[in-house]
Ligand binder design. Sequence first.
Ligand code: SF4
Ligand code: SF4
Ligand code: SF4
Length: 359
Amino acid sequence: MNLTLHLTANCNLACRYCYETHGTAHMERETALSAVDLAFGYPHETHGFSLFGGEPLLERETVEAVCRYACERAAAEGKRVRFKMTTNGTLLDEAFLRFADGHGVEIALSHDGLLQDEQRVTRGGKPTRQTLEPIVDLLLKYQPNAVAMQTVMAKNVGRMAESVEWLYDRGFSRINTAIDYRRDAGWDDDAMAVLKTQYERIADRMDAQFDDRRPLLYLNFLSKIAAYLNDRPCLVCKLGVRQPSVAPDGAIYPCNQFLNLPEYRMGDVWTGIDRKRQTEIYRASLAPEPDCAGCAIADRCRHHCACLNFSLTGRMHEVPPVQCEHERILIPVADALGARLYNRRSARFLLQYREDPLE
Ligand code: SF4
Ligand code: SF4
Ligand code: SF4
């Protein structure tokens, strides 16, 4: 069973694109441990916990308590347990990285590369890249495969590729870009045209480095390529089932963007998940997106993410036009890269997919 624990909405940064409330509600330790109990009440062999904020390390004691307790239960019951945490890095230190090492906590660092100082600032408006430099070294020492999660704003899209290259040169192999999709974020035709050239430049760099000992693995492309080669949809939502969200007060919702909406509440960590409500929500999420009927790239597109749709259009099956446009740009660039890697017989590419999948 997988759960996202919303430990706090608070954060010590004030990133320009942040949608978090920065409210003071936080999850009590006992609530978090009850969420662990809830997961272990299910018969799955592996339980996964996403330790989520705001900035989760503001609740470091709770993070550590959850990991210790879940590891103890897993050991006692012959189960496996996984933890994921995305952090802004400012509160990371060697003691926590050792703890993460010992408890299997996979850390992803939110870092905007060259755009860090412009986009990711303290609550007093101060830049953060220099502060993070020693922390990046430490993180990569303990977790060399840590993902760098970059966010790009429309006004800065012209520096997106340069920024990915900076993150790669800084030591990150695995890099992901999220688009600032907020309403009125400025993704007009010009910005979209620049986005396309930026993806093409990243594809060139990935092609050049893909067979290196430390490859550039740009995750936006890899998920599309894998979906094509494995002939499976890029994303199957399973809303309310895949990864329910636990709010700070212990109430359970189908996923992140549905948090604290009473009509989507489906139980709490003490009384459990209301199976009837969960099934209703799951079934509702299975309906197709009317605007996507007949689209040739539907299986490669993330149009089915109820959270993204809901947060931008207010409907779980209405895809925001900016998302559709983005996917129509990203997918052909990823496909062209996949074809290039295959045609030049990239050893890593062929090994990764174990066969000649295109023949
Ligand atoms: S790190 Fe930035 S984006 Fe993340 S919660 Fe804090 S302010 Fe928001
Ligand atoms: S709503 Fe989006 S994030 Fe949530 S389970 Fe579905 S695809 Fe995943
Ligand atoms: S590309 Fe657009 S129309 Fe096609 S599946 Fe994605 S969102 Fe729907």
